[in-house]
Design a protein around this ligand. Structure first.
Ligand code: XMP
Length: 513
């Protein structure tokens, strides 16, 4: 690797990828490696610094993950975060104990020694804690940099050896000055130059995809959304005609979406695109089903059936490319160890039949949505694709509460189309993460002309978000809401009431199902 980079050793924290992202935000490349990566391996690849992530285990438990102690002797700066700090404390001769008053969530630390990490920060700052264990006795040569009333060593350093530990998480937004702390480590201590660009990510991905794929062929499920489009474009750049894309028309897409995908990828980009027209199959299997998780499962398995049938037509295809992003990875499971609570069953092709054993290629696995958009732009994808709002795998089926029928899909498509047209007119349209219409299984009384009506209610949902993991409802102008409601009620037959969803995530989710 020719440019500066930071190695992040992953001990299983759900924030590990966030650390990687924060480093990239400083225009420094970062890579997440297994916690047990050896000092010898790292020596060959010459990172400018090493970050040890947090993790759910306790360093006091026998068998908990630990790192190669030789890392601390390499002369490369090391920053231990949370579990990483405790590991450093334990392995370098200090003492760790379980916290008496377990400090979780927001805390305020007092900075007792500025050193490099806290340079220029106020005397007290808010931070985010998430671990019970603490370093109680400093390892020899270390000093305490910060404390709280229940945690006398909230940060520590051995400036001479350039080893640092933080009890809290600088990478999360709940530590507002965390980015300054990380920057001081990456730039001032490690001496990174901060000249890394997304174009280098492309060059590196293309190289590693080519190495991995060789002369084999790759299948890619293209949905027309940002993620799979970017994956397809990236793979097309890497392996050209060895890439084959399959688009499944599942009957729960947005208005004319299938046509647009064919136009853009088939005709414009010249990608080898195969369209499976399977609307009837999906809608047939969804008939009479109202439970959200059942709908998701049916769509997931039907997708796999259709996709498998298509895949078999290609003969020997060794690889399957997927647009898995970091938020998908953590919402579906935890990075190490047992699965975390499943909030919604995400769409994936982990359940492909045995005769279709693909090796996976997931080039976006470490990226967040806004980084994927940046990557897409860099790859030359048009704005109507890269700026497209996220769309769930199960499509309109999770926006039609109750039974999904052809008629209800058509109704929702028409309502959604009108909402999209109106919303694009507002000046801060790009600040909206997602805006969509939900068809409720509720009918209300209305009056049209002199006639009583008894028709459907739709809800409009618009949210602001950075990565889909948390979201706030979007303050749409009243006039826009007014136009949306009027147009939907006047132009879409079967709707006589429009409501606006003003809940945030958490505790709600973005989609209604
Ligand atoms: P929720 O509703 O969980 O959604 O707050 C978070 C983000 O994920 C999208 N979403 C999905 N995306 N497959 C996907 O590819 C799915 O099954 C799925 N479910 C929700 C949702 O639109 C939002 O952007």
């Amino acid at each position: 690797m020719t440019h500066d980079w930071i190695a992040i050793l992953d001990f299983g924290s759900q924030y590990t990828q966030l650390i990687a992202r924060r480093v990239r935000e400083q225009h420094v490349y970062s890579e997440i490696l297994k916690f047990n990566t050896t000092a010898a391996e790292l020596k060959l690849r010459k990172p400018k610094g090493i970050i040890l992530s947090g993790g759910p285990a306790s360093v006091l438990q026998p068998g908990s993950p630990s790192c190669d102690k030789a890392l601390f002797e390499m002369g490369i700066p090391v920053l231990g975060i949370c579990y990483g700090m405790q590991l450093m404390g334990r392995d370098l001769g200090g003492q760790v104990r379980p916290g008496k008053a377990r400090e979780y969530g927001s805390a305020r630390i007092e900075i007792v020694e500025e050193d490099t990490l806290f340079k220029g920060l106020p005397d007290e700052i808010d931070v985010w804690m998430s671990h019970g264990d603490q370093v109680e006795v400093l390892p020899p040569g270390f000093i305490a940099l910060a404390k709280t009333h229940t945690c006398p060593i909230a940060a520590m350093a051995n400036t001479e050896r350039r080893l640092f530990g933080l009890q809290f998480h600088p990478e999360v937004v709940h530590t507002p000055q965390g980015i300054d702390i990380l920057r001081h480590f990456i730039m001032d201590t490690c001496g990174c130059s901060g000249d890394w660009q997304m174009s280098q990510f492309i060059a590196e991905s293309v190289k590693s995809i080519r190495e991995k794929v060789g002369a084999n062929h790759v299948l890619c499920g293209l949905s027309g959304g940002v993620d799979s489009s970017v994956v397809a474009a990236l793979l097309h750049r890497a392996i050209g005609k060895q890439l084959h894309c399959v688009f499944v028309d599942n009957g729960v897409l947005r208005y004319q979406e299938a046509e647009q995908v064919e136009e853009t990828f088939g005709k414009h980009f010249g990608i080898d695109l195969h369209v499976a027209r399977s609307a009837d199959l999906f809608l047939g299997r969804l008939a009479g089903v109202t439970d959200p998780e059942k709908k998701r499962k049916i769509i997931g398995t039907t997708f796999i059936d259709v996709f498998s049938a298509e895949a078999r037509k290609f003969g020997e295809v060794k690889f399957l490319a997927q647009g898995t992003l970091y938020p998908d990875v953590i919402e579906s499971s935890s990075p190490i160890g047992g699965p975390s609570a499943t909030i919604k069953s995400h769409h994936n092709v982990g359940g492909l039949p045995k005769d279709l054993q693909f090796a996976l290629i997931e080039p976006l696995r470490e990226l967040f949505k806004d980084e994927v958009r940046l990557l897409g732009r860099e790859l030359g994808l048009p704005s109507h694709i890269v700026d497209r709002q996220p769309f769930p795998g199960p499509g309109l089926a999770v926006r039609i509460l109750g039974e999904v029928t052809k008629e209800r899909v058509a109704l929702l498509q028409q309502a959604d189309l009108r909402m999209q047209e109106e919303i694009r007119k507002i000046p801060n349209y790009r600040d909206i993460w997602q805006a969509f219409v939900v068809l409720l299984p509720v009918q209300t009384v209305g009056v049209m002309g002199d006639e009583r009506t008894y028709e459907n209610v739709v809800a409009v949902r618009a949210v602001q978000s950075l990565d889909g993991m948390t979201a706030d409802w979007f303050r749409l102008p009243y006039d826009t809401l007014d136009c949306i409601a009027r147009r939907i009620i006047n132009e879409v037959r079967g709707v006589n009431r429009v409501v606006y969803d003003i809940s945030s995530k958490p505790p709600s989710t973005i989609e209604w199902e």
